[in-house]
Design a protein around this ligand. Structure first.
Ligand code: SAM
Length: 243
């Protein structure tokens, strides 16, 4: 095992998210799988041990710090929209293996990797699914079906809200992480929030270790079912965002 993991464990504790030794070992295993798979499939640019520990795994830990306390212990249904190689979904599921996760991506080879990683990590409550968010969120099993939606690095906020909020149950929460442009994107997200029955509950401005960047985390309440017209057809949320 690389010697980055004890440091990772300490850095996570400093962010307020204690990681057990077993969880630390699971992160090391996930990282090993990611680095191996990345040699043959383009999954991520970030593979250096410390870089990945900060920009993938600790970045994912920031999500946990923003969740209302009562959600951590529940066997909730999580959806990660545009999960890529599994960020933040797989780190969250390593930390909360009793959650039932669905990791969505439109690229089949990424979905295959995520399913292999979930199996190798013993995260048997969770699966990855190949598809466009705009289409999956119209299916009865997924629409208005999840307690918690998460996303990182998928789209600007108005588009992202249309890809994610339709998955979230009324009474559920969407938690998204944005970089330095978060405030600007939030300022233009009013129409999307209104149309999709979202309401900003809280926000946090945080910094990653190693000066690796700032993050704006937004917790959004979903207060009613998704209106019939949403999400619009694939590609429309990107070309004509609700703003
Ligand atoms: N969330 C991961 C992360 O932070 O490392 C991946 C970010 S990557 C830049 C964006 C991912 O979103 C890609 O894997 C892409 O295939 C996926 N994606 C983009 N639009 C999507 C859509 N409409 N439905 C499903 N997946 C989508």
């Amino acid at each position: 095992m690389s010697d980055i993991w004890p440091w990772f464990q300490q850095a996570a504790a400093e962010l307020g998210v204690p990681v057990t030794d077993a969880q630390r070992d699971a992160f090391a295993r996930y990282h090993e799988l990611l680095v191996e798979a990345n040699k043959v499939t383009n999954l991520t640019r970030i593979v250096d041990d410390r870089d990945a520990a900060v920009k993938h795994y600790l970045d994912s830990m920031l999500f946990l710090g923003q969740l209302p306390a009562e959600l951590h212990e529940r066997p909730l249904k999580l959806v990660d929209v545009g999960a890529g190689a599994g960020i933040p979904g797989i780190p969250l599921l390593i930390m909360r293996p009793h959650w039932h996760g669905l990791l969505v991506d439109s690229v089949g080879k990424k979905v295959q990797f995520m399913n292999e990683a979930l199996e190798a990590l013993g995260l048997s409550n969770s699966r990855a699914l190949h598809g466009r968010a705009e289409e999956l969120a119209r299916e009865p099993g997924h629409r208005d079906g999840y307690d918690l939606g998460v996303a990182r690095a998928v789209a600007a906020l108005p588009e992202l809200l249309e890809l994610c909020l339709p998955f979230v149950k009324p009474g559920g929460i969407l938690l998204v992480s944005k970089g330095a442009k978060g405030a600007e994107e939030l300022a233009s997200a009013g129409p999307a929030l209104k149309a999709l029955h979202g309401r900003l509950r809280s926000q946090a401005h945080l910094a990653l270790p190693d000066g690796a960047g700032e993050r704006n985390l937004y917790v959004i309440d979903k207060h009613d079912r998704t209106p019939a017209g949403y999400p619009r057809k694939p590609g429309i949320p990107h070309r004509k965002p609700l703003c």
